[in-house]
Design a protein around this ligand. Structure first.
Ligand code: PLP
Length: 322
């Protein structure tokens, strides 16, 4: 299992690359939520998401061990992060993306000099291809969450929160494959164990929720949640035991709740965040946490969203301020 020392080491490894992101608060948000709410702004991170933390830790290690290429299977934030850090370190990156990947995402990867290879439409097709490409060229495949170096890198978000918010009571974290939350859990539970960590999933992408209920990794069959960073079908083999060991609670939010939270943060707080990040705000806004008058930190995991599509998320009427 990943240790707190691994996270401290990761922090040293990545400190020259990543930003220590700010904590953002709003009186109005706190008042709506009945708690003092603080947003940990990873939407302001390099490449627009926390994924650069784990990717930097892992790619640096691969390069130190002589990798001549890195590959990843993702058109999203992980693909951008791997392309970015590979470019900085001067090693080629091939990112395997689905045939229907959006142009804006492909352009972001190309902007970091990442090579694009298209393959199928599902991760079942992309993943083996990314691994195969790595093997063919003596490269290293960089997984999105189920890897000790990735988990340790993401855990640095937890260390920063503890330093920035001395008296934080509850930390709320979105869950996809579980790399972010398992890193944050390892950081927080081995530093200040009394701080509660609560995970959030969309109701329609509740694979970790179901897995915890069953006590075993359980998968779901496809989801249309607008939180596209949380669409993984099951938690990871490495991340799930960490979540099982430490997590205080897991809550679910509806697409409607997510939409409201996203709208509030965009319009009222002027922060360009992506739907996957808004689940943590929705959880506190819609009173899922069962706490009041506490200091609650919501991890805003990223801000990569196609601005042209953003308007489509909100109906012309019927979504006012609460
Ligand atoms: C990847 C991602 C997540 C989920 O992180 P996991 O480590 O897969 O749980 C959440 N939000 C954003 C913006 C992401 O890119």
């Amino acid at each position: 299992m990943v240790t707190i020392n691994n996270i401290h080491q990761a922090r040293e490894q990545i400190s020259d690359i990543i930003n220590e992101t700010p904590i953002i608060s709003s009186k109005q948000l706190s008042s709506i939520c009945g708690n003092e709410v603080f947003l940990k702004g990873e939407h302001l991170q390099k490449t627009g998401s926390f994924k650069i933390r784990g990717a930097t830790n892992k790619v640096k290690r691969a390069v130190n061990e002589g990798a001549s290429l890195v590959t990843a299977a993702s058109s999203g934030n992980h693909g951008q992060a791997v392309a970015y850090i590979a470019n900085v370190l001067g090693v080629p990156a091939t990112i395997v993306v689905p045939e229907d990947a959006t142009v804006s995402k492909i352009n972001a990867i190309k902007g970091y000099n990442g090579e694009i290879e298209t393959c199928g439409t599902t991760s079942m097709e992309r993943l083996p291809r990314a691994m195969e490409l790595a093997e063919l060229k003596e490269g290293v495949y960089i997984p999105p969450y189920d890897d000790p170096y990735i988990i340790a890198g993401q855990g640095t978000v937890g260390l920063e929160i503890l330093e920035q918010l001395d008296d934080v009571d509850v930390v709320v974290v979105p869950i996809g494959g579980g790399g972010l939350i398992s890193g944050v859990l390892t950081a927080i539970k081995n530093t200040k164990p009394h701080v509660k960590v609560i995970g959030v999933e969309p109701e329609i992408a509740n694979d970790t929720y179901l897995s915890l209920e069953k006590g075993a990794i359980t998968s779901i069959s496809g989801t249309t949640t607008m939180a596209d960073g949380l669409r993984t079908s099951q938690p990871g083999d490495l991340t799930f035991p960490i979540v099982q060991k430490y997590l205080d609670d897991i809550v679910l939010v509806s697409e409607e709740e997510l939409r409201h939270a996203l709208f509030f943060v965009l319009e009222r707080m002027k922060q360009l965040i992506e739907p996957s990040s808004a689940v943590s705000v929705a959880a506190v806004m819609f009173d899922k946490l069962g706490v009041s008058d506490k200091n609650v930190a919501c991890v805003i995991s990223g801000g990569n969203v196609d601005v042209r599509k953003l308007g489509e998320i909100f109906p012309k009427q019927g979504l006012g301020v609460m």
